[in-house]
Design a protein around this ligand. Structure first.
Ligand code: AMP
Ligand code: ZN
Length: 114
């Protein structure tokens, strides 16, 4: 997947601020943060969407979720609360087709707002 932005981050061809890493996952800060904590968690292997990842059936989706929680703990937002979002498909606003969980925290995230 030479043309995949997040594969290039895994390969260290594009810099990223890495906050956590496991054997099969990588967590790095979103370049355009929407909250004080905004970290993206990806599998190192290329899977286009959360739907593809869900079908992989090899424990990788589980590892992505565990990494998301580890990031929340490291960032100090696990107790206050955090959100994990997979935008899946164009209609949901997915722009990078290498599956990524957004981990958001550090501000009021109650929904609906107010
Ligand atoms: P999505 O719209 O769910 O596909 O999210 C893609 C996310 O990737 C956006 O929040 C972008 O800000 C983020 N992003 C794009 N390029 C980079 C990059 N080079 N490093 C870190 N985050 C990025
Ligand atoms: Zn990729």
């Amino acid at each position: 997947m030479n043309d995949c932005l997040f594969c290039k981050i895994v390969a260290k061809e594009i810099p990223a601020e890495i906050v956590y890493e496991t054997g099969r996952t990588l967590a790095f800060r979103d370049i355009n943060p929407q909250a004080p904590t905004h970290v993206l968690v990806i599998p190192k292997g290329h899977h286009a969407t959360a739907a593809v990842l869900a079908d992989a059936d090899d424990g990788l989706a589980d590892e992505v979720l565990k990494t998301a929680h580890a990031v929340a703990v490291l960032e100090g937002v696990a107790d206050s609360g955090y959100r994990v979002v997979f935008n899946t498909g164009l209609g949901a606003g997915q722009t990078v087709f290498h599956v990524h969980a957004h981990v958001l925290g550090g501000r009021d995230l109650t929904w609906p707002p107010g």
